[in-house]
Design a protein around this ligand. Structure first.
Ligand SMILES: Nc1ncnc2c1ncn2[C@@H]1O[C@H](COP(=O)(O)OP(=O)(O)O)[C@@H](O)[C@H]1O
Ligand SMILES: [Mg+2]
Length: 281
């Protein structure tokens, strides 16, 4: 009986589906376009408890370009991107992005910054204040609500950006190297904070990084990209249970998988060098 009922359940709509996406840019004004993303197809199925997928690849390979195509900020030249079953054809209301740079509005208070994101999404004044305060408390800034972001450190400003993004409670959160500009200790603190926050949400986080340890520590699944043009060279399921403390960085299986990923990234560099050597660039 149970099996019969399960068979009747409709297949959930995937979080994200990317089909044969291609994007090229001219290397100089009026020059011929060179691909930045080539033949990328990827399915991120819906998961009841949410999912955390890392895009790992060398700098300049095309990760941000792909992320911008998921968010609808950049149209693909070829192929299609679907978010929750709907083709992405412009800035998408289902997703929100955290950038690498600290993206606080300096003319608004810390609380105002988080409320602003909610205002865009139509929440009432009382609701905005309540949710914004709750998320700022979650990122450890409950005592800095009235501060100006300029008075805060880089790490704290990025906490505001993360609170603003998660408070919107959108099903898809795109993070483009959000901790790239932070020192090692702040970065470790932020990784831990992000994981504990994410576990309370049921959303999809797509997290771009060029840092192997960061990808392994945070993600359920790592998509490895080649050097420009970004193509998928590996799709890895990360086996570690949660919660994942920073001490996992010294675990023997963690180190083994890091080596596998180092090899894949090196290999993709070599492939890139060979192809540029052949084409005489
Ligand atoms: N708007 C653009 N115009 C021209 N070239 C671009 C543009 N955006 C990105 N590129 C180029 O495309 C390649 C991929 O860029 P990007 O997606 O930012 O890489 P990543 O995020 O992996 O570091 C890079 O060589 C970059 O210089
Ligand atoms: Mg980038």
């Amino acid at each position: 009986m149970n099996n019969y009922l399960e068979e009747q359940k409709p297949t959930p709509i995937p979080f994200v589906e990317i089909r044969n996406v291609y994007k090229a840019f001219p290397t100089q004004p009026n020059a011929q376009s060179v691909p930045a993303v080539q033949d990328v197809s990827l399915l991120i199925p819906h998961q009841e408890e949410g999912d955390f997928v890392a895009f790992l690849g060398p700098s300049g390979c095309g990760k941000s370009t792909l992320l911008q195509m998921i968010s609808g900020l950049l149209p693909p030249d070829k192929g299609e991107v679907y978010a929750l079953g709907k083709e992405v054809a412009g800035p998408d209301a289902q997703s929100v992005t955290v950038q690498q740079a600290y993206t606080c509005f300096p003319w608004l208070s810390v609380l105002g910054n988080v409320e602003f994101g909610l205002k865009v999404h139509g929440a009432s004044g009382v609701e905005r204040r309540k949710t914004a305060t709750e998320y700022l408390q979650k990122v450890g800034l409950g005592d800095r609500l009235d501060a100006n972001p300029r008075q805060l450190s880089g790490g704290m400003q990025q906490r505001v950006a993360i609170a603003r993004t998660l408070a919107m409670r959108l099903p898809i959160v795109l993070m483009d190297e959000p901790f790239g500009a932070l020192d090692a200790q702040t970065r470790a603190d932020m990784q831990e904070m992000l994981l504990s926050l994410w576990q309370a949400e049921n959303n999809l986080v797509v997290f771009v990084t060029h840092d192997i340890s960061e990808a392994l520590l945070l993600a359920n699944r790592i998509i490895v990209f080649s050097s420009r043009p970004a193509r998928i060279v590996y799709d890895m399921q990360v086996p570690f249970e949660r919660p994942r403390p920073q001490s996992l960085l010294y675990d023997s299986q963690f180190l083994k998988l890091s080596q596998v990923l180092v090899g894949l990234l090196k290999h993709s560099e070599a492939a890139f060098t060979n192809s540029t050597a052949k084409s005489g660039n």
